[in-house]
Design a protein around this ligand. Sequence first.
Ligand code: WT7
Length: 645
Amino acid sequence: MRYDVPDRVRENAATPIRDLDRYRETHAAAANDPNGFWLGVTKERIAWREEPTLGLEGDFHGIAEGPLSWFGDGRLNVTESCLDRHLEARGDKVAILWEGDEPGEVRKLTYRELHAEVCKAANALAALGLKKGERAIIYMGMVPEAAIAMLACARLGAVHSVVFGGFSADALRDRVRDCGAEIVITQDLGVRGGKHIPLKATVDEALAGSPSVKKVLVYKRTEEEVPWDASRDVWWHEALGAAEPTHEAEIVEAEHPLFVLYTSGSTGRPKGVVHTSGGYITYTSYTHATVFDLREDDVYACVADVGWITGHSYIVYGPLANGATTLMFESIPTYPDAGRYWDMVQRHGVTIFYTAPTAIRALAAKGDEHVTKHDRSTLRVLGTVGEPINPEAWVWYFDVVGEKRCTIVDTWWQTETGGIAISPIAPATPTKPGSATLPMPGILTSLRTKEGAVIRGPGQGLLCIDHPWPGQARTVWGDHERFVATYFGHVPGAYFTGDGCRRDEDGYHWITGRVDDVLNVSGHRMGTAEFEAAIVSVEEVAEAAVVGYPHEVKGQGVYAYVVPQGGATVDPASLNGACRTQIGAHAKIDRVQVVPGLPKTRSGKVMRRILRKIAEGRGDELGDTSTLADPSVVDAIRDGFVTKD
Ligand code: WT7
């Protein structure tokens, strides 16, 4: 099924890519001359202090020697693109439109006000000792001050690392230590769905024994009292109250690191993915304007969290670089009821709305009346990101939410790609439910066999990207070797995404999901190894293996196979407790099966393929199990298969 672009999306397009022919021309032009293309884009969109003359230096083949570079001779500060240069033409335009936890609890910051707040925060952070190149951890909820803190770090040339507010003290401590943060920026309490989240208390717990952190800057969101260490803690309102509203931005090299964002991989601890300045801001600005066909009077709402890459690229950096009005949403989609998103769309006149499949499925299950009782006539573009969207959910989004008048952009990308890599371009690309459609200009995708051979034409394989692009991650913080091994160790000369993909006869991409041991639960990326480490830390557990299984709302559910220690009894609650303390509240095991042993090869490797099949309910399609050390263990596992959460 193919959907043509609805008229109101096609008409008056702002992007020059107005139809499929323009898309093909632009894609071909970028492929033939990537440097010319991206230098053109960055000069048009970004406020450089010294314009670059160089495009790409280095390539994927040479990545082991060190990170590659885009716009290497350019100098800038990204906040001048996001703030200063808008002051003249857009000073009184709303930059951040904040909707708090309670419906109608609204704050509006114009570009002028946001600029002043960022300058004050930069001055305050500088007074606390934060310098260019040093790291600041941001552990906050969805308040405008989270964006202000990010931009203030960038203003100083300091490197921020936002840690999602759902992560536990243990997870926060690991991240503080890994990046050697000097400062933590947090708030007293997070407010979400009518509940309070003890952010400051969690920071206190995480920092016990982390000497690198000298100061904690605390934004006061509520009237509640929180524990206080006067030698270390500083109130945001006091520090900013004493600070000047102007600040001379620190001008940095294009490749100066902008932020580190931790993300889960298939093995080991989360990696600190590093994004740099000039290439990242160019790519997020370009893709934000192009995919959504941003227009000057748009009210743009991305309801992700700044703790994930979507919040970095498409709530903060891309939209602000484009002078857009960007909504920040503190609450959850079902508070106070399942109509919250559409209530906001009506009250704020939202024109572009960007969310995740898991939210779409959860809301579809609550019934259409929550949607239809609100006026959604302002909507033009509906976005989705984070996991494959099933056609049923897509069609509900299109028919019910968008009343068939809006186009859907299913945007495929990753923390590592920095911005949207495969997606429809709103006015140009006919859509197919479930397909992320075509690669962005400058993104050269290939499908490969396990051996790395390129698959031509329609087919299915491992999704790779064959040429560098400005928004890509440059390295893993403190571990370039791991970066190279993870992304460039599989297919020589290409970036391996970790996803499988099918390409149809129109060249449209259909992402089939991760092919590695990364889970995607409600759009949250988590490693099976992280779950397993938490589970085996429980005394009664000898061994564990975790796999994903299809889940109607969450996309994937978490299925744990647990081998007890001796004759011990394992309490599933203690397993979830360990995951909550070691990872966070969002790391929940859905199904636990106690098993006598794990299926292993004679060399001791756990055969996860078998465990995945059983968890998916396909225990009768296991194929050859004769290479197992003890094939009888499979029968026992299959017989005890758990079908309820
Ligand atoms: C993984 C990246 C990109 C921001 C949020 C997630 C999956 C992402 C789609 C999509 C199918 C998708 C992939 C990818 N994914 N978007 N539109 N269709 N799958 O970022 O946490 O780095 O996760 O999310 O599996 O590899 P992330």
